[in-house]
Design a binder for this molecule. Structure first.
Ligand SMILES: Cc1cc2nc3c(=O)[nH]c(=O)nc-3n(C[C@H](O)[C@H](O)[C@H](O)COP(=O)(O)OP(=O)(O)OC[C@H]3O[C@@H](n4cnc5c(N)ncnc54)[C@H](O)[C@@H]3O)c2cc1C
Length: 391
């Protein structure tokens, strides 16, 4: 098999890249190790920044998002039994975010790719990227019980944190920046209308909690739990009781309960792999960087990377210049590090690490008080949350 761009992974990064390239008249092949059902059901992100929404619309993949997505103009911070709303449009000159699940973004992009785009092979596992530093890189992969080779002009590793693409960058050329956190998120999906019409980020002495939603009838809620927690060790009742405690307020707000349909624990990690390019291999999305989910940045960063790559490749085709491809890693990393900073700050603002001292508790509360009383602090949060501009 031969193509211009070999894309490893059909998560949001790989699928959107295939769509952008198709729209630009550049051919690609997508290799995805899992089956279609798995990719379409994997519960993950749910918040799309304004810039991501604009990209999906421009790519012709925004119709269902515009019908079914929920535009959100703010979030609520909850601490010391009080509530404080951050008003995005007022603080950012009109920007907002969209609640539309990653599963739905993937379904829309898969349907478009299968109808109009180039080959998208499910259950096709990339085994290795070879010849990244030559003019003709190859992806060795296994599909339908046979090994095969995809010959490419460029390879883009969109294969997430556990993928193989990153391994093709020689260790001596790689720098990894990482932080793991001593807690994770126990996330549930529940068949119950959300108890608030915007996301609620709660800081509590017992730990962080987040109220979020997937639709007007499905809630998504999270609890900070110790690192290594087994989701099954929490009964449904214990989860609702704990959520109720952490969202408590002095007014008459109530948390509605409903049947829990999914339960899982996500570890929290910050991770950046530099550079994001080696020869003709480019890394995009979680393959190159991970953020803790508190800032809702992972999917949005993946979108930024593939837009940057697609533009750079179009520029090369139209002008013959490699300048934008050469700048790919540095261009993406500037935005990645702003998102890393933002996600780190949101995480340390709201989570209570094990063994936190009374001094650290007071500092955390003082940071929240500052957000509730100073427009400059609110503005900084609103700008970060609604998204950093693409260069
Ligand atoms: C619980 C949770 C909540 C989150 N919440 C948010 C949020 O609110 N907002 C936000 O922006 N982000 C959020 N994120 C992060 C977001 O989900 C990820 O950043 C996003 O999925 C990254 O997309 P990706 O395409 O780079 O990688 P992935 O979605 O991981 O896709 C990689 C794909 O590559 C495939 N693959 C792997 N190895 C191979 C191989 N060898 N061969 C072929 N295919 C391979 C995988 O099967 C997968 O389909 C959340 C993540 C989690 C876990």
């Amino acid at each position: 098999m031969r193509t211009t761009v070999g894309i490893i992974g059909a998560g949001p990064a790989g699928l959107l890249l295939a769509r952008l390239l198709h729209n630009a008249g550049i051919d690609s092949v997508v290799l995805e190790s899992r089956d279609r059902g798995y990719v379409e059901q994997r519960q993950r992100a749910g918040i799309l920044e304004q810039g991501t929404v604009d990209v999906l619309r421009a790519a012709g993949a925004g119709a269902r998002m515009d019908r079914e997505g929920l535009r959100h103009d703010g979030i609520e911070l909850r601490f010391a039994r009080r509530r404080h709303r951050i008003d995005f449009p007022a603080l950012t000159g009109g920007r907002s975010v969209m609640v539309y699940a990653q599963t739905e973004v993937c379904k829309d992009l898969i349907a478009l790719q299968l109808k109009e785009g180039g080959p998208l092979l499910f259950e096709a596992e990339a085994l290795a990227v070879e010849g990244a530093d030559t003019g003709s890189p190859r992806v060795r992969f296994r599909h339908e019980g046979r090994e095969d080779v995809l010959e490419c002009a460029y390879v883009v590793g969109c294969d997430g944190f556990w993928g193989v693409a990153r391994k093709a960058v020689p260790e001596e050329l790689t720098q990894v920046f990482e932080r793991t956190y001593p807690f994770g998120w126990l996330g549930i999906l529940a068949d119950v209308p959300p108890s608030h019409d915007e996301l609620v980020y709660a800081r509590h002495d017992r730990g962080f909690a987040l109220l979020s939603m997937r639709s007007p009838v499905v809630s998504r809620l999270y609890l900070q739990v110790p690192e290594g927690t087994d989701a099954e060790s929490w009964s449904d009742e214990a989860i609702w009781d704990e959520l109720e405690r952490r969202f408590e307020t002095d007014d008459d707000w109530r948390l509605a309960r409903g049947p829990i349909t999914a339960k899982s624990v996500t570890p929290m990690r910050s991770h950046v792999h530099e550079p994001m390019r080696h020869g003709r291999l480019f890394l995009a999305g979680d393959a190159a960087h991970i953020v803790p989910p508190t800032g809702a940045k992972g999917l949005n960063l993946a979108v930024g990377d593939v837009v940057t790559f697609a533009r750079a490749l179009e520029h090369r085709r139209d002008t013959g210049s490699d300048a934008l491809l050469d700048a790919y890693s540095a261009t993406c990393l500037r935005r990645v590090w702003q998102a890393e900073r933002f996600s780190y700050e949101m995480t340390t603002l709201l989570h209570r690490p094990p063994g936190a001292t009374p001094f650290e508790d007071r500092i955390q509360l003082a940071r929240l008080e500052r957000l509730a009383s100073a427009r400059a602090a609110e503005q900084d949060l609103a700008e970060g949350y609604t998204g950093f501009a693409l260069e």
